[in-house]
Design a protein around this ligand. Structure first.
Ligand code: SF4
Length: 295
């Protein structure tokens, strides 16, 4: 599974050698590649963050999807979490991350505007994590914009070495990649080292490897919306372990390559065709039949 395409490990080693954070190392490179200034790149990232915030706010209005299959879950979770007697089993930050992730996914299912980070189906994960960090860790807009630069570079490496599409690599390539991007960004935003960011990426793929793509009726709703919430928690879990100094036996590049290998091995039925998994359960098939007849 050797792969000589662009390497996250190499970027990490270069940043460590330069004694820079990952965002400080990547920002000038990314700006140069896009032929814009660093300030312009950060402004673009800040604009994306604004769209993410608006998407979460729209989702939290309780919006429902066009099909009627999903909607209202983010608002339900937010309302429940605001009750004094509600047990936040995950803790306040993680509960908020799940809420925002689901809210953005519900916005997507309702045809609202989202940032495909890296795809529409997985658009909730990165905002879920970043907006929760903003609220609970008092991160500035610039810190978040820089974290998005890191997330973007991680996504580029995954796209080059493997895939970001559920139709190619299953949901591990969509929600898994989004979680890896969010985990690396979170580590960097919270002051972790480049090596720790790489560890977080690797931990995410270890925990999400093999996740199939099985949307009910081919709609990006079930299980996609709740999976965004789950992936946000996976990202936080990986970031926390990495920040605690826990290492990863498998380096990030190799974990990404393993994700590609698993994706290539998946049958078509589990790659966005709605031909397997949850999409083929009796409940899903009955709903899909009724919906297709209605439409
Ligand atoms: S299940 Fe498939 S369509 Fe849904 S988020 Fe995952 S990869 Fe995307």
């Amino acid at each position: 599974m050797a792969n000589d395409k662009i390497s996250l490990n190499a970027l990490i080693e270069e940043a460590e050698a330069a004694k820079l954070s990952l965002n400080a190392y990547l920002l000038p490179q990314s700006a140069a590649e896009l032929e814009i200034t660093e300030e312009e790149l950060l402004a673009k990232m800040a604009q994306m963050l604004k769209v993410m915030e608006e998407a979460a706010a729209y989702g939290l209005t309780g919006v429902r999807s066009h099909s009627g299959l999903t909607g209202g879950s983010a608002l339900k979770l937010q309302n429940a979490a605001a009750q004094p007697g509600f047990n936040k089993l995950l803790g306040a930050l993680a509960t908020d991350a799940v809420t925002y992730a689901i809210a953005v996914s519900e916005c997507n299912a309702a045809m609202g505007r989202i940032v495909a980070a890296p795809t529409a189906g997985a658009a909730g994960v990165l905002p879920g994590v970043l907006l929760a960090l903003k609220k609970h860790c008092n991160l500035t807009e610039e810190q978040l914009a820089r974290a998005l630069v890191v997330a973007g570079q991680i996504g580029l490496v995954i796209a080059a070495r493997a895939s970001l599409a559920g139709a190619v690599g299953g949901c591990q390539a969509e929600c898994g990649s989004a979680a890896a991007m969010a985990a690396g960004a979170a580590v960097d935003a919270l002051g972790g080292t480049p090596a720790q960011a790489g560890t977080a990426v690797s931990i995410v793929f270890k925990n999400m490897l093999g996740l199939v793509c099985d949307p009910v009726a081919g709609l990006v709703e079930v299980p996609c919306i709740k999976r965004n919430g789950g992936a946000a928690v996976q990202a936080l879990l990986a970031a926390e372990m990495a920040l605690a100094g826990i290492g990863s036996f498998i380096p990030a590049d190799e974990a990404i390559d393993a994700m590609k290998w698993v994706g290539d091995s998946m049958p078509c039925a589990l790659r966005e065709t709605a031909g397997g998994g949850l999409a083929q359960t009796p409940t899903a098939l009955a709903w899909a039949k009724a919906w297709f007849e209605r439409e």
